[in-house]
Design a protein around this ligand. Structure first.
Ligand code: NAD
Length: 447
């Protein structure tokens, strides 16, 4: 879907109006293309006193082929800045972040990346360390709102022992794959898995089998295509009325189709039988199928309340329970939920939808430590305003507000959500579990 305002803002007249009237200025976001480097430029690496990630960080960036520097000369530009802040253990020690960032932020190119690395506040041994480490979130969330020009800022907490499992997350957050992810907090090693295989930059999912529900169109289609791009054999699932679309979509990526309604009483068993029979198991399960039936609670019909919760969270939980029970999700595998910013912030007219999407977060929280014992991860993406057919039905003024009220001043694309799914599904993300990451351009809705 084209963003006419963005197109206009990039014409000479549009630029004049945007600059003089203080209108939103949506930059052209860079997106990753196969064969491109992880980072098209140099990354400045800085460390606060007493920080401990340097050896693992150097190793990870080298494995990703990222050029690094520790100082920026005048007129020089960097594409990313990574600050190892793990050593900061007092509020006053946070001065080091300001001193590291203030002089270099003007050298950050458009669509640049800032990543702060910390230790989980829950692991802090002193009050000072807990304060300082939790403070990182405040810095990166605010910086994400300040940077502009398509640049992003995030905080990554690395649990003790998980230092050597950071490469896949850096590859995502430093590259254009995270074009529409800003102001997020990622936890590595928090669910109990601290080790991960090395990153394979070319075909991380080669030899893996991925199931994507709701794969005939929209976000699910982009997820199926992206997992296929990364080497997976993809099985798309959708309802009978969309069987033709599904089969066409899967044919274009050498995929397979399962036509069924995920709320059918026998759906978990039928999916399990298919996977057992045709593939002996599955490595990636993406529960993308979802619906909305919006009405304020005072006008809500029970059937619409029930259907939304049933499709968006109950069926994914039941299908997953069956696959786990039958031991069909292989070790190293990943389960993906799709939440929404409405599930985090709430939304007028969406009590049923927000219940289901907040429920997805509860499900991730509960399952992550339980499946860690079998070396399986569970995470969720929480999309914001993404340019799909769905948003065409939103009234113009509300649609424009949704598009502009985020740090990127534009809607995201289905590929942005799919890239986040591919990062979670990557076997090198084995220590990334229990996370809910928003793909919303840092929408002003919610935290
Ligand atoms: P969409 O309507 O284009 O696609 C949803 C797909 O799920 C469809 O193919 C549909 O047939 C399938 N589906 C619905 N019910 C099903 C059932 N019972 N059994 C099997 N398949 C079923 O929607 P989308 O915009 O691509 O959204 C995909 C997911 O992302 C949903 O979970 C949605 O809630 C979530 N999401 C989307 C946005 C957005 O901006 N588009 C924002 C936040 C969250």
């Amino acid at each position: 879907m084209s963003d006419r305002y963005q197109d206009l803002a990039h014409t000479p007249v549009g630029k004049f109006l945007v600059n003089n009237l203080g209108l939103p200025n949506p930059p052209r976001l860079e997106r990753w293309t196969p064969g491109a480097p992880v980072v098209d430029g140099t990354v400045l690496v800085a460390a606060a006193e007493g920080s401990t990630l340097a050896p693992a960080l150097d190793e990870a960036l080298a494995a990703l082929g990222v050029a690094t520097t520790t100082a920026v000369a005048d007129e020089e530009r960097v594409k990313g800045i990574v600050v190892d802040a793990t050593g900061i253990d007092t509020p006053a020690g946070l001065d080091q972040i300001q001193q590291a960032l203030t002089p270099v932020l003007r050298s950050l190119s458009g669509c640049g990346r800032v990543v702060l690395l910390g230790t989980p506040p829950s692991e802090a041994d002193t009050a000072g360390r807990a304060i300082a480490q939790r403070a990182l979130e405040g810095i990166s969330r605010s910086l994400g709102k300040e940077l502009g020009k398509g640049s992003t800022a995030q905080t990554v907490y690395v649990a003790g022992g998980a230092e050597r499992a950071i490469a896949s997350t850096l590859a995502f957050l430093l590259s254009p794959k995270s074009a529409y992810v800003c102001g997020q907090v990622v936890r590595i090693g928090s669910a109990g898995i601290v080790e991960a295989p090395e990153v394979d930059l070319d075909a991380p999912l080669a030899g893996k089998v991925a199931l994507v529900t709701g794969a005939s169109r929209g976000l699910g289609l982009a997820m199926a295509q992206t997992l296929h791009r990364d080497g997976a054999a993809v099985i798309g699932l959708d309802v009978a009325p969309l069987a033709d679309d599904l089969q066409r979509a899967m044919a274009s990526i050498d995929g397979e189709s399962i036509v069924l309604d995920i709320t059918a009483p026998d759906a978990p068993q039928r999916i399990a039988s298919y996977l057992a029979e045709h593939h002996g198991g599955v490595d990636v399960v993406v529960h993308n199928a979802g619906i909305t039936r919006d009405k304020r609670l005072r006008n809500m019909k029970t059937e619409n309340w029930h259907k939304v919760v049933e499709i968006n969270v109950d069926a994914p939980a039941r299908i997953t329970a069956e696959l786990l029970e039958a031991k069909l999700i292989r070790p190293g595998g990943s389960i993906l939920g799709v939440s929404s910013i409405a599930g985090i912030a709430g939304n007028n007219g969406q009590t049923n939808y927000a219940a289901s999407k907040a429920g997805v977060i509860g499900w991730v929280d509960e399952l992550a430590p339980r499946v860690a014992a079998d070396q399986i991860t569970i995470n969720a993406v929480a999309p914001g305003f993404i340019e799909t057919d769905m948003v065409k039905t939103i009234p113009l003024t509300i649609r424009e507000a949704g598009r502009r009220m985020n740090s990127m001043a534009q809607g995201g694309l289905p590929i942005d959500v799919a890239e986040a799914v591919a990062w979670f599904a990557n076997p090198a993300s084995a220590a990334v579990s229990g996370n809910v990451v928003r793909v919303c351009g840092q929408s002003l809705l919610g935290a």
